[in-house]
Design a protein around this ligand. Structure first.
Ligand code: HEM
Length: 482
């Protein structure tokens, strides 16, 4: 049985036939390169320009990964591997949806600019990653056209006019058509965005070479969905880092009783988190058990809990701090309920009260993002590790139980619970008396059976992991307490 790998930086890296066995979470997702991009150009930490810039960094990362996937799809169509090409096109379609969502976020942010005479505007047309993607997409389109032209008129008519999604050819063309139309929309959404005069040129703002390195040094030697796995960590890392800064700023503004600013900052934090959640949902929708298992060994002993930006700052430090600060601002546990009721009743009469009420609503929206992220994250763990005691790479005895209890613990934050109570709301985690909950929880339900089977497969494939001992994470960064 294999020995448990150790998390050291001194030992030589190990390899399997797919490529390197990662030495750390940071090594998988090239976090040091993403950090360098963030630190390369000093914007005022929080402000309109920064929010816009981070969105374009996310878009650039997405386009670079899409270029790689597009090339794979083209090769597969060329070699008549249409089933496999279909899977690639499906991933691409989801990545287009992510770009649509980022495009809408940028549009929302643009309304914050608010001045008709912006000195400058930026557009996705300046992106080098876009040029590379378009080039790859053109090649894909030409092999697809060749394929279409190889069919006689009657076959083509039947595929287009008489087929459903049970026809692979139709489904492939359908997805391709949709993603081309999505591209037209996100291109428009990411064009002519006003920024202030101090914003540098696009290539300085979004350094292509550094991002190219971050994306393309994080690949394995074989065609797998490892690239997408990385993409859907890299974009959340970038967006969560920005969300953290806006959340911290909002806490500070709240402390100063500057509520309009606190509201705007929290709202922008939520704009970032919406797309962090989208990435999680896409991964749980697209990545299959086998696709994950193919590269699981290459993940080394890394865990999402090693992410400083997401696990430590967003999920622990700032999370706790925000609910504490909000409770304090609402007069503490004793008077919170009464003050919340007063805000509710007075919201139509006084603008300040209205802003305060909106701020609290926005805080609930923030918690909803945490809830949704964890829901999607649980889906991922069920899909690839299953139930019944599959160990995680850091030796958690039952990975699925561990992520359930992480959610429980977060939702039991005392200040957060008191806020829900004061508003008369209950958390949407699950409805224990609900008939759907009860049905799915039964060991004979399809979901329970699948979770159990996935667990058996995972434990059988990764027997050595089952012998790992628990290796708790020691945070490397200082606690972030604004
Ligand atoms: C197939 C995909 C994934 C699997 C199987 C997975 C598995 C797990 C497991 C088992 C844990 C518990 C800690 C441990 O034992 O390692 C965990 C925690 C965590 N993971 Fe993931 N994860 C996946 C994807 C992601 C992604 C995409 C992110 C972020 C972009 C992420 C971020 C985290 C964080 C922040 C925690 C701590 C959760 C909390 O505090 O509630 N994970 N993950």
């Amino acid at each position: 049985m294999d020995k448990q790998p150790t998390v050291t930086t001194s030992s030589e890296p190990s390899f399997n036939k797919l490529g390197k066995i990662a030495e750390s979470y940071s090594d998988i997702h090239k976090i040091h390169l993403l950090d360098a991009v963030r630190n390369e150009w000093t914007l005022e930490t929080i402000g309109y320009d920064r929010a816009i810039r981070e969105h374009y960094v996310g878009v650039e990362i997405c386009l670079l990964h899409m270029t790689n996937r597009t090339e794979q799809a083209r090769k597969k169509i060329t070699f008549e591997q249409l089933d496999d090409a279909f899977v690639d096109i499906r991933w691409l379609k989801h990545l287009h949806l992510l770009l649509r969502s980022i495009g809408r976020s940028v549009q929302k942010l643009a309304t914050y600019y608010g001045l008709p005479d912006s000195a400058k505007s930026i557009a996705i047309e300046s992106s080098t990653a876009l040029k590379e993607y378009l080039h790859a997409n053109q090649h894909l389109e030409s092999v697809l056209l060749k394929k279409v032209d190889s069919w006689d008129a009657e076959t083509l008519n039947t595929i287009v006019g008489n087929s459903s999604h049970n026809d692979l050819h139709y489904s492939l063309l359908h997805l391709f058509r949709l993603m081309q139309n999505d591209a037209v929309k996100w291109e428009a959404e990411l064009s002519n965005i006003p920024v202030s005069a101090v914003m540098p040129e696009f290539h300085v703002m979004v350094p292509f070479e550094n991002l190219f390195e971050a994306v393309n040094t994080a690949q394995l030697n074989v065609d797998s969905y490892y690239g997408e796995f990385v993409c859907l960590h890299q974009i959340p890392e970038v967006f969560a880092a920005a969300a953290n800064d806006y959340l911290e700023a909002s806490i500070r503004s709240l402390r100063k009783e500057d509520l309009s600013t606190a509201f705007e900052q929290l709202d922008i934090c939520n704009v970032f988190l919406e797309n962090v959640v989208k990435c999680q949902a896409m991964l749980s929708e697209c990545l299959t058990t086998a696709e994950y298992h193919l590269f699981r060994e290459n993940l080394g002993v890394a865990s999402g809990t090693h992410s400083i930006v997401i696990a430590q700052y967003l999920f622990k430090d700032l999370y706790k701090c925000f609910w504490r600060e909000l409770e304090h601002w609402l007069g503490g546990p004793a008077s919170m309920q009464q003050n919340i009721a007063a805000l509710h009743h007075g919201r139509a009469e006084n603008t300040d009260v209205w802003v305060a009420q909106r701020f609290i609503n926005c805080a609930f929206e923030l918690h909803n993002f945490y809830e949704e992220w964890r829901h999607q994250h649980l889906n991922l763990v069920k899909n690839v590790l299953g139930s019944g005691g599959t160990k995680s790479k850091i030796g958690m005895p039952d990975a699925l139980k561990a992520v359930y209890s992480m959610r429980e613990k977060a939702n039991h934050d005392p200040a957060l619970c008191r806020l829900y109570e004061a508003r008369g709301l209950s958390m949407t985690t699950y409805h224990i008396q609900g008939c759907i909950f009860q049905t799915n929880a039964s060991p004979t339900s399809v979901t329970s059976r699948l979770d159990a089977l996935t667990g058996l497969i995972a434990r059988d494939r990764f027997q050595s992991v089952q012998s790992y001992s628990y290796c708790p994470h020691k945070p490397k960064a200082q606690t972030r307490t604004p």
